[in-house]
Ligand binder design. Structure first.
Ligand SMILES: [Zn+2]
Length: 301
């Protein structure tokens, strides 16, 4: 039960956010894992910015180790059904509405789940790539992750049908001692190694992607951060650049961020309700509810 004081405080925060959105009409928007948790996709970090569970996969070890790829694809195969069924929530829809109202210079996300596009946002820059595709490291052939799933399930019937809590990178929290039996999918064209089109930890975001965001920031009048603790430099660097250009930063995030000392406005709240209320107050348009408390996916135990 939310107390009256807490309700008043939350309304004041939402009003402050609506005010910020009203005063800055060319926003660079940067989103992170926190915007997708209400769609059933868990984040990497808790409210204090600490790691939850095991560390995610490292780029170098994926390239170097067949055993690591076996473990990755086994877990990914088990986690995929939840990720592929996830639907955008009110926060994704609110940002799509804000874009349709002409207030978003560019929408940039650290997420690989595709939920902004599913909500109707366009021109989305996916800093860390997309979990919906995989590419061959030898010939570059790109295939849909759904197609890879069919092959994984056909070749690994002993792992098909398992359930495990999903992890942020489309992975799953699955512990087995028989990952060495997993048949990993290779490129059907050349037999090369397939890798999901995501930037693993230890790899870097392609330079042209970063430059496109910096160019958009130069045109923007403010930076809005939604659902990111900014612990990863790939997002944090845009906060540093905004400060250098004397552009204000607002952050909506449940918990601390690495940029708390740089912010003009901080709203510590779940993304969905705060954002759609602020956007509705600003645009006068109703934001679709989407997934969320009522319609969202529950994380599988
Ligand atoms: Zn190939």
């Amino acid at each position: 039960m939310i107390s009256d004081d807490a309700a008043v405080t939350m309304q004041a925060r939402i009003a402050a956010l609506a005010d910020f959105l009203g005063r800055h009409r060319r926003l660079l928007v940067l989103t992170g894992a926190g915007i997708s948790t209400e769609s059933g996709i868990p984040g990497y970090r808790d409210a204090d910015g600490n790691w939850k569970g095991r560390k995610p996969i490292q780029h170098r070890e994926y390239l170097d180790s067949h055993a690591v790829r076996q473990r990755y694809w086994a877990r990914s195969m088990v986690g995929w059904p939840v990720v592929s069924r996830a639907r955008p929530n009110a926060a994704h829809h609110a940002l799509a509405s804000l874009q349709h109202a002409g207030q978003v210079e560019m929408l940039v996300t650290q997420n690989v789940d595709g939920l902004h596009q599913a909500a109707g946002s366009t021109g989305v820059v996916e800093l860390h790539g997309s979990i919906h595709f995989a590419s061959c490291l030898s010939c570059g052939l790109r295939v849909s992750r759904q197609e890879v799933q069919h092959r994984l399930e056909a070749r690994n019937p002993g792992f098909a049908g398992l359930t495990a809590a999903p992890a942020a990178d489309g992975d799953a929290r699955l512990e087995r001692d028989d990952f060495d039996r997993v048949v990993v999918p290779d490129c059907l064209h050349c037999g090369g190694t397939l890798k999901p089109d995501v930037v693993f930890f230890g790899d870097s975001v392609p330079r042209e992607r970063v430059e496109a965001v910096h160019a958009a920031l130069a045109r923007a009048d403010a930076l809005l951060v939604v659902g990111s603790s900014l612990m990863v430099y790939s997002g944090y660097r845009f906060c540093l650049a905004a400060v250098q250009q004397a552009k204000p930063i607002a952050a909506l995030n449940l918990g601390m961020t690495r940029a708390d000392g740089l912010l003009a406005l901080k709203v510590s709240a779940p993304c969905g309700p705060a954002l759609w209320q602020a956007v509705e107050a600003l645009t006068g348009r109703t934001v679709p509810a989407g997934a969320g408390e009522a319609g969202g996916l529950a994380a599988t135990p």
